[in-house]
Design a protein around this ligand. Structure first.
Ligand SMILES: [Zn+2]
Length: 100
């Protein structure tokens, strides 16, 4: 929880991992992109394909409505010796059990 205290901190972390050198469009791969002022949930615009995108575009979590803090759940699943129950994820991440 210290790594991702807020949604913004989780987004910044994902962007640094996903785009280590330069941000690129999740639709066409172009690096000719710009940040838009009020672009939530799609904060970037591609100058080549003219579509909006976020760090989730083109990933398995693209259609997910839950917070990027789900990375904490992935971390727990990968580092736990035993499995992590959906109830624990539900409680710790404050997301629905079905999403967990
Ligand atoms: Zn594009």
């Amino acid at each position: 929880m210290r790594i991702f205290p807020t949604e913004e901190s989780a987004i910044e972390w994902f962007e640094a991992i996903y785009w280590p050198e330069e941000r690129c469009c999740g639709h066409c791969g172009s690096t000719r992109t710009t940040k838009v002022k009020s672009g939530k949930p799609m904060p970037y615009h591609c100058s080549d394909c003219h579509k909006y995108f976020s760090v989730k575009t083109g990933t398995a979590m693209a259609d997910s409505k839950i917070s990027l803090r789900w990375a904490i759940g992935i971390y727990l699943c990968l580092t736990s010796l035993k499995s992590v129950s959906s109830m624990k994820l539900h409680r710790d991440l404050k997301i629905g059990q079905k999403a967990a």
